[in-house]
Design a protein around this ligand. Structure first.
Ligand code: GAL
Ligand code: ZN
Length: 698
């Protein structure tokens, strides 16, 4: 797949475009404004299947031909959607069995988008048909640079419990287990009288009398992700066959529980993401940094593309705050800092009807006078100056494990020690601690590869396989630092508790055994001592028995666990293995991960102000250091560097970098100037008094 790359001049800039929602007179105005705003790439026609195939087998492509030609005349390239996310009403009425069912057995009605069951053979056949017609018609058009398959798989329908899906689930299980006896064993059906004698007796886990077999539940999660992946591949195969040189993507939804994006990314040529950080959340940029870390990591660090973000407000939250002036620019620069080769939005022109008429767009209801258009235009000009960063890669020395099996297993309803240990929150909390220590964090699978990293953090690996345990142990043996979070190493791939209990296959690496889990009641907390300082745990704690060569780093001070180890570390080969058995408070977590990072030889940058993020991309010759002020107030940084700001074209003067609220600089210099390290808070305003300066210590 290496050869199929997105060919565009400069960074991608533009948005979703729905010309079929507008009279044609508006189109030439659109193109004039796109050119004025520096737009070079638009996505269409994502939801237009009923316009392209108004009746079975009768196509109307004239309008699409016209708009693609018009765009290309203006030099605007196209991310061409296969338009398969919205099957037309006629198809659904002809084949009502393609409508999805929910877990209660209710058939979901036509009336929104994604009116399909992922497993439906009829739907798959029609999808393949449309993709082929689109590929044959537009595959050689010079404007078309990328295939955009469907839209946000799983956004509305990620799981389907209909009879068609049930039959597909059975086939999937037969492939996986071969015989019904093997399935009975894997699912542990001897518990609660679940034995099966016939594949046909198995159903997806619909609403039942009580807690559902967790192994059945987990396999249904896996199956459902695979069912959508299969549907995706139906189109990918057609597109690769007809247009072997054009890259294919489908737009992801950041850290999305329902789909295993490691598998999806392997099936596509370019990773693209839709990101909607909430302007009402002052810390949403931290979550965004993790989402983007995942996106660049899905294909081993290759550039990806932010395909959707909101120019200002969205329309699907309960309360939809607009972005403040400058915030959309900063969010775009953050995505680019993290490896996106462009910044696209949803959508170009604000709708006048439909569920998204209050969703912001580059061109608001006030047309070119709207604030979003003004800001979009100046961003378009700036992005042209950032063209040199294209293709460069983000530098990260620490990586965080994201594992969908564990995520799914940990969300099994009603059969866990506590339902409060939320997998995603756990991952986000650990990431935030690393972020606040100044680290740019990649994402890895628990089975590796870990090349190039000094530290691997595992916020939770509830389900652990031998391959994963071996990879983590090998990383530590060869000098890496591994930090593992609570309730890890608990079950195997079929939800069976590992022999001898947790942390199972990680027991030797970590040198601890969990005797019992001690989840913490809501609103309760347990006192801890972490590196001499007071700290606390909420949600989760564990009774640990530790081996002789294990050093307790923190201990519980309260309750039944008083005096027992809470955080441990031990040498393993050339490296270290840490275990954090509780959900410790953010300050304590930062301190523990900071110490582990010190051991790993990483440079914690605690001295930066909280609002400032520094991310480095490098092309091997030049470094590009993005300095981003996510706060609304101005900040001043010392910049002992000799560099040029690509955004302004000016050199840094007098060792000072002033950033307004939501301001940014993109500094560039040859690689051997250790640029990022020169950026710090001037002493007068810094927190460097209270925390040791890692640089000064060397
Ligand atoms: C995305 C979707 C777009 C649009 C957008 C609005 O999830 O892909 O089509 O609906 O949300 O924020
Ligand atoms: Zn179905």
């Amino acid at each position: 797949m290496g050869g199929r790359t997105l060919r565009l001049k400069g960074l991608a800039y533009g948005g979703d475009y729905n010309p079929d929602q507008w009279p044609e007179e508006v189109w030439s105005e659109d193109i004039r404004l796109m050119s004025a705003a520096g737009v070079n790439f638009v996505t269409l026609p994502v939801f237009s299947w009923p316009r392209l195939e108004p009746r079975p087998g009768q196509y109307d492509f004239d309008w699409l031909d016209r708009i693609i030609d018009m765009l290309w005349e203006a030099g605007i390239a196209v991310d061409l959607a296969t338009a398969t996310a919205t099957p037309p009403a006629w198809l659904v009425r002809e084949h009502p069995e393609m409508l999805p069912w929910n877990a209660d057995g209710v058939r979901l009605e036509f009336g929104s988008r994604q009116a399909y069951c992922p497993s439906s053979p009829v739907f798959r056949e029609h999808v393949a048909g449309l993709a082929r017609v689109m590929a044959e018609r537009y595959g050689t058009h010079p404007a078309v640079r990328l295939w955009h398959v469907s839209n946000e798989y799983g956004d509305h329908v990620a799981r389907c419990w209909c009879p068609v899906s049930a039959a597909h689930f059975r086939r999937w299980l037969q492939d996986r287990y071969g015989s019904i006896d093997v399935l009975n064993d894997a699912w542990g059906t001897s518990c609660w009288g679940q034995n099966y004698i016939d594949w046909g007796h198995i159903e997806p886990p619909r609403t039942s009398m009580g807690p559902i077999n967790p192994a059945q539940q987990l396999d249904f999660e896996r199956f459902s992700s695979d069912a959508l992946l299969e549907l995706f591949k139906v189109e990918v195969d057609v597109l690769h066959e007809v247009t072997p040189d054009l890259p294919v993507t489908t737009n992801f939804m950041s850290m999305f529980r329902e789909l295993d994006y490691w598998d999806f990314a392997a099936a596509e040529d370019l990773v693209t993401d839709d990101a909607y950080p909430d302007p009402a959340d002052r810390r949403s940029h931290i979550g965004a940094a993790l989402n983007y870390g995942l996106m660049r990591s899905l294909k081993g660090g290759a550039p990806w593309l932010l395909l959707e973000q909101a120019p200002s407000a969205v329309s699907w939250r309960d309360v939809n705050l607009p972005k403040a002036p400058g915030q959309m620019r900063l969010g775009s620069l953050q995505a680019i800092a993290h490896g996106s080769d462009g910044a696209m939005v949803f959508q170009w022109r604000q709708a006048r009807f439909g569920p998204e008429k209050f969703h912001s767009a580059m061109v608001g209801h006030r047309g070119e006078r709207s604030r979003t258009f003004q800001e979009a235009s100046s961003l378009g000009a700036e992005l042209q100056r950032l063209a040199p960063v294209k293709g460069s890669r983000v530098r990260a020395e620490v990586a965080l494990v994201v594992d969908w099996d564990s995520w799914w297993g940990l969300s099994a309803p009603d059969s866990l020690p506590s339902l409060r240990l939320d997998w995603a929150r756990q991952a986000r909390t650990w990431h935030a601690a690393l972020y606040e220590l100044g680290h740019t964090v990649d994402v890895v699978q628990a089975s590796g590869p870990f090349d190039g990293y000094r530290m691997i953090v595992v916020p939770n690996l509830y389900l652990t396989t031998p391959e994963q345990a071996e990879a983590l142990a090998a990383f530590a043996s060869s000098g890496g630092v591994v930090v593992v979070g609570p309730f890890s190493g608990v079950v195997d791939a079929t939800e069976k508790v590992h022999d001898g209990g947790a942390p199972g296959l990680l027991r030797e690496l970590l040198g601890v055994e969990v005797d019992e889990w001690w989840p913490i009641s809501d609103d309760d907390r347990i006192a801890l001592a972490v590196e001499g300082g007071p700290a606390s745990a909420t949600v989760w704690s564990e009774w640990l028995e530790v081996a002789d060569d294990v050093e307790p780093v923190a201990e519980y001070l309260d309750g039944v666990l008083e005096g027992r180890a809470a955080v441990t570390r031990r040498r393993h080969g050339e490296g270290r293995a840490w275990y954090i058995s509780a959900c410790i408070d953010p300050v304590a977590l930062k301190s523990v991960l900071g110490t582990a990072a010190d051991e790993a030889g990483l440079k914690n940058r605690r001295e930066l102000p909280e609002s400032v993020e520094v991310v480095t991309r490098s092309d091997g010759d030049a470094d590009f250091v993005f300095v981003l002020n996510h706060g609304s107030s101005p900040t001043t940084l010392a910049a002992q560097v000799d560099a040029v700001d690509l955004l302004t074209g000016t050199s840094i003067r007098d060792g000072v970098l002033d950033l307004p609220g939501f301001g940014a600089a993109v500094l560039t210099a040859p690689v051997d100037v250790a640029l990022a390290r020169g950026i710090r808070t001037p002493l007068s305003t810094s927190s460097a008094h209270t925390e040791p300066d890692q640089e000064a210590r060397r």
